[in-house]
Design a protein around this ligand. Structure first.
Ligand SMILES: Cc1cc2nc3c(=O)[nH]c(=O)nc-3n(C[C@H](O)[C@H](O)[C@H](O)COP(=O)(O)OP(=O)(O)OC[C@H]3O[C@@H](n4cnc5c(N)ncnc54)[C@H](O)[C@@H]3O)c2cc1C
Length: 453
């Protein structure tokens, strides 16, 4: 069971993160812009392989999304697997999926109690559907387990609702090998591991410009200059001046989360599932922390808001999904900006010789940034070219401010239409309680390897 939630200030390891602004010039093999999950993973891997590495972070380690996430680690990408196949074909999708699983395995290997005390790794993630689509679920289960060698179980509506006492969710896909960790401890733990491996991390050191034209590239900060053979841009939506055209390919979405006050026995009466739960439309994402508190992410905006302002929206969403919980008090709030790409796949690769990008990880950044970090470090130091699998996903302009407004409209429409579809599904259920014929008669279970539990 997931036990931990580290609040903002607890999460930082004082000894390892004394503010260390770079105030002298430096020559390194690899300079990384941004100390989020992506930048720190490249740093850790490259330092382990023997490179000299400097990470330049404008604020502090994990300042944005990486230090404000829920810690759920699953295989896959934001882009649904069917669309991935349409885009790059079956063979490449298999390889991409395998890489996303390797990313999750990489997080698991790092997130041990020995190297990250209190990380609280626990197993099992449930993805629930807002609508009654048992037939789609069966297809997904077959594909995941047969074609993509991913362990999954299908849960019938009754099973989902025995663990989550709500009529908002229908079928579920259970991933027994997916897991959750204390997300804040993880990003701080990564920084500690990278430092121990020899990487140097400088906070309060924004990169204001780069010149990537020569063999030795130049990086400028307010109080120092660096030279490096490789630059890795891992600044997500805040990258700004060093390569504004790159930031413009991301649609920024601020996602907010909150943690309730202890809810006592009433929580166990409505939720007995111990892992993370997320819905297929990306509206809700939650899990129990500290035994009797709920950690819940839901509202999104395309402008930067103060997380505290969204406490009411989070409490009301919890009440909509679990009315039996009654009123809940939100005692902690947090949030960060995720960078979404137009095509839904992360940006991983080499823009020109020695200039690398690792961003656009969206709502699913733990496994994908881990994968990106490994791919880039291995390509720079070992010549591993597998990052080219991401080449079909080019840098597409996200539309600037107009794109943000459009993105918000599309996002709201998607969330609204998912909510409407959910309401319709619940209405159908009331007037047709036994469900469609094919589920009642076991038509869904004619493939025994995917029997719905
Ligand atoms: C509420 C919430 C919950 C989430 N839950 C999950 C989850 O459970 N599982 C999951 O897999 N993902 C989750 N995510 C998504 C995940 O957090 C992100 O995908 C991931 O953290 C992105 O990491 P990153 O390193 O690309 O970016 P960031 O975390 O944004 O890091 C980039 C860093 O670069 C720095 N930077 C930018 N420009 C410069 C510059 N010019 N000079 C110096 N430094 C610079 C920034 O200060 C920042 O610290 C969640 C996100 C949110 C907001």
């Amino acid at each position: 069971m997931s036990e931990t939630f580290t609040s903002m200030n607890e999460g930082r390891d004082a000894a390892l993160h004394e503010p260390a602004r770079l105030s002298f010039d430096l020559d390194v093999d690899i300079c990384i812009v941004g100390a989020g999950l992506a930048g720190l993973t490249v740093a850790l891997e490259a330092a382990r392989m023997g490179a000299s590495v400097a990470v330049l972070e404008g604020r502090h380690v994990g300042w944005n999304a990486s230090g404000n996430q829920l810690g759920t680690v699953m295989p896959g990408y934001a882009l649904p697997i069917g669309e991935l196949i349409e885009r790059v074909g079956f063979e490449d999708t298999c390889e991409l999926w395998a890489l996303s699983k390797e990313g999750a395995d990489y997080v698991r290997a790092n997130a041990t109690e020995q190297s990250m005390p209190g990380i609280g790794l626990s197993e099992g993630v449930l993805e629930v559907s807002n609508v009654d689509v048992g037939d789609q679920l069966i297809r997904r289960l077959q594909m995941l387990s047969e074609d993509f060698e991913t362990e999954v179980e299908g849960w019938q509506v009754d099973r989902v609702r025995s663990e989550l006492k709500t009529d908002c969710y229908f079928h579920g896909v259970y991933y027994p090998k997916a897991f959750q960790i204390d997300g804040r401890k993880y990003v701080q733990g990564l920084a500690s591991l990278a430092k121990r491996a020899g990487a140097r991390i400088f906070e309060d050191t924004p990169v204001v410009s780069i010149d990537s034209s020569g063999i030795r590239k130049r990086i400028v900060t307010p109080s120092a200059r660096l030279r490096a053979s490789h630059i890795v841009l891992a600044g997500n939506i805040h990258l700004g001046a060093p390569l504004r055209r790159l930031s413009d390919t991301l649609l920024p979405v601020w996602r907010y989360a909150g943690v309730t006050a202890p809810l006592g026995d009433r929580l166990a009466e409505v939720i007995s599932f111990n892992g993370s739960v997320s819905d297929t439309d990306g509206i809700d994402h939650f899990r129990i922390v500290d035994g009797t508190r709920l950690m819940w992410a839901s509202p999104e905006t395309t402008w930067a808001g103060r997380p505290r302002r969204y406490a009411g929206a989070i409490a009301s969403r919890i009440r909509t999904v679990f009315p039996k919980l009654g009123r809940v008090e939100i005692t902690d709030t947090f949030g960060g900006a995720i960078g979404q790409t137009v095509h839904g796949m992360p940006q991983i690769g080499q823009l020109r010789k020695g200039l690398w990008v690792a961003s656009g990880f969206g709502r699913q950044g733990l496994n994908t940034s881990a994968m990106a970090g490994q791919l880039i470090a291995r390509s720079i130091l070992w010549g591993d070219e597998r990052w080219r699998l991401f080449s079909p996903f080019e840098l597409v302009w996200a539309g600037g401010p107009v794109g943000r407004v459009a993105g918000l409209a599309v996002g709201l429409w998607n969330r609204g239409s998912s909510a409407a579809a959910g309401a319709l599904a619940r209405h159908r259920e009331r007037v047709w309680p036994a469900g469609p014929q094919y589920l009642r008669d076991g038509g869904a279970t004619d493939r025994p390897q995917h029997s719905l539990g």
